[in-house]
Design a protein around this ligand. Structure first.
Ligand code: ATP
Length: 343
């Protein structure tokens, strides 16, 4: 479909080209080079599985420069480049990173996104610098973005690499989902999203639902599982399932594994709602997991309970240790043995 949009031989190709051009801007390589000072290493802000990301400065008519993120895909990943633009140019949501444009010049495949100045969620978790309320707000926003992908666009979109690293934070610490390179689009939206056939197992070990290793079709519920793993990481301040799995860690109640920097800050009523929805997200059976719509609502509710509790106390709370979340041994074994590509 994307190839059609870049081609210029038939009238239908020309028509599609117009649609894509209306939805996103095509930059010349010269413009991209200028914006990144010719891919200056000092402008490099990150490196992912598909290429390098640079900070770029673009001019907007007479106004001063504005900052963008410029992802330069490595040559072997031009297929995922097409996929990412095709999806992103049709998405509009405050919790999904915006596409500014793209550049396709011979072997150079480049995507230009809005710049997210506050890095990814995983970096903040590693530094233990987010309050509990900030963590809840970020999770609620990310849930909204994922709900939109599953049920708010014309077709269901399954993200496939939901993890703290693909949740970026803007100037105001508002979260936006990124990393749509291997996302898939399903049929037109129905009351229940239909499974989407995929050719390869893909994702990041530690966040992948067990059915991804056995089924050739995926559903929104595998993203829900990954989101549940994100919720656990947000509470514990570390990856919940590591490779190899630390069974001793998994067998301890979650309440005993709460990140030291937020210990005593979680109101019991908020926790009850939060941990209940988290447990349901990581259920073994996909059908038993909630939709992202439910997750969003429950996280909003948990946040309101936390705010109510904080107005009445000085914020020194105790949680009782009762919740053991130990995703099935089969799941851990299958992810340990798999040769899944890490994204
Ligand atoms: N829009 C953006 N604004 C600011 N920084 C960004 C943006 N997009 C990506 N980055 C930075 O570049 C890094 C690499 O991003 P990229 O999307 O290539 O891979 P990733 O999602 O981190 O990992 P992977 O591709 O392996 O799943 C990110 O971790 C982030 O620090």
């Amino acid at each position: 479909m994307f190839m059609k949009c870049l081609g210029n031989t038939s009238s239908s190709k020309k028509q599609y080209q117009t649609v894509i051009e209306e939805l996103s801007h095509q930059f010349s390589l010269a413009e991209i080079r200028k914006s990144t000072n010719n891919f200056d290493r000092k402008r490099l802000i990150g490196r992912g599985g598909f290429g390098e990301v640079y900070k770029g400065y673009l001019q907007h008519y007479a106004a001063s420069d504005y900052i963008v993120a410029v992802k330069r895909f490595s040559v072997e990943h031009s297929e995922v480049f097409k996929n990412e633009i095709e999806l992103l140019c049709q998405l509009r949501h405050p919790n999904c990173v915006s596409l500014i444009g793209f550049c396709s010049h011979k072997k150079e495949k480049i995507v230009v996104y809005e710049y997210m100045s506050n890095e990814s969620l995983d970096r903040h978790l590693q530094r233990g610098e987010l309050s509990w309320k900030q963590r809840l707000e970020i999770c609620t926003g990310a849930a909204r973005g994922l709900h939109y992908l599953h049920a708010g666009a014309k077709r269901t979109i399954i993200h496939r690499i939901v993890k703290p690293r693909t949740i970026l934070l803007d100037d105001n610490m508002h979260p936006k989902l990124t990393g749509f390179c291997i996302s898939v689009k399903g049929s037109r939206l129905m009351s229940k999203p239909k499974p989407i056939k995929v050719d390869v197992v893909a994702g990041t070990p530690g966040y992948m639902a067990r059915e991804l290793f056995t089924d050739d079709a995926i559903t929104d519920k595998s993203d829900v599982y990954s989101f549940g793993m994100v919720l656990l990481e947000v509470v514990c301040g570390r990856k919940y399932i590591t490779m190899p799995a630390e069974r001793e860690f998994l067998e301890k109640p979650v309440e005993e594994k709460v990140d030291a920097s937020i210990k005593g800050k979680i109101a019991p009523k908020c926790w009850e709602v939060f941990i209940d929805i988290t447990k349901r997200c990581v259920m073994y059976e996909p059908d038993e997991r909630p939709t992202m719509g439910e997750v969003e609502v429950q996280l909003e509710y948990a946040l309101s309970l936390q705010e109510q509790a904080d107005t009445n106390t000085n914020g020194d709370y105790t949680l009782f240790s009762t919740t053991v979340i130990h995703p099935g041994a089969e799941l851990i074994d299958s992810t340990e043995d798999s040769d899944t590509e890490e994204m």
